[in-house]
Design a binder for this molecule. Sequence first.
Ligand SMILES: [Zn+2]
Length: 82
Amino acid sequence: MLKYLLLAVVIIWLFYSPALRGKLQGGKPPKAPAPNPTPTKAESMVQCANCGVHLPEGEALKDGHGQPYCSAAHRQAGPGRA
Ligand SMILES: [Zn+2]
């Protein structure tokens, strides 16, 4: 019976040890499964024509002239920067 208990402890230790080692190394797992999980697929950044804030092109709102804006309010206000 003790043998099975020890086996269970070893299995649990093996299960948790990578996480513990990751915490000791600074909270990151030792090896990332994917090379780059964050969606940085060369999405270009654009600048709001009104306030100049940078945002991904996919999130930008464009007016009739193709000018990017960060919000509908800024798109309505139009280009605000000289
Ligand atoms: Zn803006």
